[in-house]
Design a binder for this molecule. Structure first.
Ligand code: ASP
Length: 322
């Protein structure tokens, strides 16, 4: 029997190109989130509690593109989405098209625990939020509005070859893609795993567009028979490759989480010709995997052997296709 290193938490604050001015804030933010999640795990609470606590922390931090500070759609609105999954039972909850719920991940957890459904969006989800007295908060920030204005200008000048060629756009021009989606995976003291992801999507997205973050298997997956994974990057890619489940399937086949994450990024490179993606994963032994093909991935982790979380803007950058 191999040694199990638990508890463990890994969090991300988004793939993409982190602007130098915001890098320190991003690193401090993921550390705070890892600390919040690890504190929950140290008390003996579940991995589900820990990923929720970590994601709430980042939704409340406006440096990230989730909760307050979410990116704006083409019609200058905010539509937030989130999901959470419990590896013990495969129970999952997801929400989308939220305009002002302070912590979308909390609502995702309510869907998981209090309803017979997995995914509830828009007005129905907001009604449920009211029923459970969830707080509302204006998610707009000055920075996101400035960014939106600059992109809109580019679009008007036809300098932004936008959504139909999303992949090309992101490869040739990193600015439109705001990094900052948040996610967490954890293994708790009982040996259970969970995952959660939350986002505002990306700038200039079409109204009603839903990405990978709330889609179980695409942006988020957790299964006690394998491990847990949260994805960030171009949602349309993660959806088509069912990326988070792909990583968990590789772990289930016996691959260490690092290899599983790297394999999945190679698949993105091979099948999608690139396109920014980042992945964090944990397995049932407490091993972690972090890989990306984007210039940065803002992430942090903490284990029982560490007094403080460690954070970085890079992990294993995978350019290969196989
Ligand atoms: N995956 C998110 C989306 O496509 C964006 C991100 O991770 O930054 O909505």
């Amino acid at each position: 029997m191999k040694n199990v290193h638990k508890p463990v938490i890994v969090v991300h604050g988004g793939a993409g190109a982190w602007h130098p001015e915001r890098q320190d804030l991003g690193l401090a933010g993921v550390k705070d989130a890892a600390r919040a999640g690890f504190k929950t795990l140290s008390r003996g609470d579940s991995a589900l509690d820990a990923v929720e606590a970590a994601v709430v922390q980042m939704e409340d931090n406006e440096v990230f593109n989730a909760g307050r500070g979410s990116a704006l759609s083409i019609d200058k609105r905010i539509e937030m989405e989130a999901s959470i999954m419990d590896g013990r039972t495969l129970d999952a909850g997801a929400v989308g098209l939220l305009t002002d719920i302070r912590n979308p991940v909390r609502l995702a957890r309510i869907i998981l625990e209090q309803t017979d459904h997995v995914f509830v969006v828009a007005r129905g989800a907001e009604k449920l939020a009211d029923l459970f007295h969830l707080e509302r908060r204006d998610p707009f920030t000055k920075l996101r509005v400035q960014h939106w204005n600059a992109l809109k200008e580019k679009l008007a000048q036809e300098k932004l070859d936008y959504l139909p060629k999303l992949q090309k756009l992101v490869t040739s021009e990193s600015r439109p893609f705001d990094p900052g989606t948040v996610g967490a995976v954890a293994l708790d003291q009982n040996g259970d795993v969970a995952a959660a992801t939350s986002t505002g999507g990306f700038s200039l997205k079409l109204p009603g567009r839903i990405g990978d973050s709330p889609l179980i298997g695409c942006g988020t997956y957790a299964d006690n028979e394998a491990g847990a994974c949260s994805a960030t990057g171009i949602g349309e890619i993660a959806i088509r490759l069912v990326l988070a489940k792909c990583v968990c399937d590789s772990i289930h086949e016996g691959k260490p989480p690092q290899e599983a994450a790297e394999r999945a990024i190679k698949r993105v490179n091979r099948r999608m010709g690139g396109g920014f993606m980042g992945l964090i994963a944990v397995d049932m032994l407490g091993g972690i995997g972090v890989a990306h093909n984007s210039p940065n991935l803002c992430w942090a982790y903490m284990t029982a052997k560490m007094r403080h979380p460690e954070a970085s803007l890079e992990a294993r950058i995978i350019r290969e296709q196989s």
